[in-house]
Design a protein around this ligand. Structure first.
Ligand SMILES: [Zn+2]
Length: 99
């Protein structure tokens, strides 16, 4: 089974950048043409814990890890977690953000 988000209709892999940019915007599946959208709420759930840990650790980052290294680790975590856990939904019902 392939990692990463796939179309709920045909299991075609969603382009990587769709998991990073334009979250909540509708787009068409490259294979079956189904209108899909990433859930903003899920994006929040994936990103928020990482950002919280990042901010907490940054406050006491006087010694230890260099700032740029910590920031790079945070950005990498967000990109990887978003790619792994973002799931596209049909856009017509996904247009409602309050799920
Ligand atoms: Zn599809």
């Amino acid at each position: 089974m392939a990692l990463g988000p796939t179309c709920p209709h045909c299991d075609t892999r969603v382009p990587f950048r769709r998991t990073q940019f334009g979250i909540g915007k509708a787009f068409a599946c490259s294979d079956c043409g189904t209108r899909l959208a990433m859930s903003r709420w899920r994006g929040f759930l994936v990103t928020f814990p990482i950002l919280t840990i990042y901010m907490l650790v940054r406050l006491r980052l006087s010694d230890g890890l260099p700032f740029w290294l910590w920031t790079a680790a945070m950005v990498t975590s967000v990109v990887v977690m978003a790619w792994l856990f973002m799931k596209p939904q049909p856009a017509e019902s996904g247009a409602c953000d309050a799920n």
